[in-house]
Ligand binder design. Structure first.
Ligand SMILES: [Zn+2]
Length: 308
């Protein structure tokens, strides 16, 4: 089978006037298929592309070069080509990954991971690229793409209009998770620290922060959501100063988490924000049903004033 495909590729190149030994082609196919488990038709395309580059052939007839829309990615371990604009790059915290980021096209967004072993140039934010021979992956309910040593990055001059990143979710808060409330971050890398120790920087003087990790459920699927300090204060009416005071008073940081839970657990909200990894980072919210405590207090106060 591998031999036949090698013959097919050889045939295509000979049409373009280039004679490539069939053994060379077969050897390349074998590496991809046997060592990297690349499906044969993808391997065929990849090998044809790399040979075209090596032998200076602009285009090989008969080898498909279809582009996939990001929203159409619907299976893991698929080799795809796609065009997109890099909208965000995060610092990689792994020794084997050189870059992690988010790339988008008019249909949607997908997280990308570039392996160090791929030995590819770095992608830049706000730039557009054609990514060839990247592999899809699926983890924790989200698709991603991986750039490996068979992938190719081609910078594009054109600008790609990307889809709106805003996500709106309406539902009940069904869980307030561990790690919510008053936390301490490393002053250098901003990672959450435990008992004054940062994984990267050792013993550090932590900086207080307030956040909520929660789950909202719209009845169709649960979504992990994150509220930063500002939104947490607005949502709960609990300021970071108040949170610090409670912790001092009760000598127990979990008191903040339970106070937060009392205010939002089981309540309905509309949250808006952007998806980063598994989280929806909440940028704004709206309460649904029920009334705000402040409104009740205000109404009572008004009523009292009117009566007095
Ligand atoms: Zn640190």
């Amino acid at each position: 089978m591998m031999r036949e495909v090698a013959e097919e590729i050889k045939e295509e190149f000979s049409k373009a006037g280039v004679d490539i030994p069939v053994d060379e082609i077969e050897e390349k196919l074998r590496i991809l298929v046997d060592k990297y488990y690349v499906p044969l038709d993808e391997a065929k395309r990849s090998v044809a592309n790399s040979l075209a580059k090596k032998y200076g052939v602009a285009k090989v007839v008969g080898v498909s070069e279809t582009l996939e829309k990001i929203a159409d990615i619907d299976a893991p371990k698929k080799w795809v080509n796609l065009k997109g604009k890099v909208v965000q790059i995060w610092k990689s915290e792994s020794d084997v990954i050189s870059q992690v980021g988010l790339i988008g096209d008019e249909s949607g967004f997908v997280r990308f991971v570039k392996w160090k072993s791929a030995d590819l140039p770095d992608l830049e934010e706000e730039k557009c690229y054609l990514l060839k021979n990247v592999v899809t992956d699926y983890w924790q309910g989200q698709y991603s793409i991986k750039l490996n040593r068979n992938s190719e990055i081609i910078p594009l001059e054109e600008d790609i209009e990307v889809a709106s990143q805003e996500v709106v979710k309406e539902g009940a808060i069904v869980s307030v998770q561990q790690g919510s409330g008053l936390i301490k971050r490393c002053p250098m890398c901003k990672r959450v620290i435990v008992k004054g120790i940062c994984n990267e920087h050792g013993k550090v003087e932590g900086v207080y922060d307030l956040r909520i990790k929660a789950v909202i459920d719209d009845g169709k699927s649960p979504q992990d959501i994150l509220f930063n300090k500002e939104i947490t204060e607005e949502l709960t009416g609990i300021s970071i100063e108040q949170a610090k005071e409670w912790v001092r008073e009760y000598l127990d940081p979990s008191v903040v988490q339970s106070e937060i839970a009392k205010k939002i657990l089981g309540r309905y909200f509309v949250v808006k924000g952007s998806i980063v990894g598994q989280y929806l980072l909440v940028e704004s919210f709206e309460r649904l049903g029920g009334v705000k405590e402040e409104d009740v207090r205000e109404a009572l106060q008004k009523a009292e004033e009117m009566l007095s």
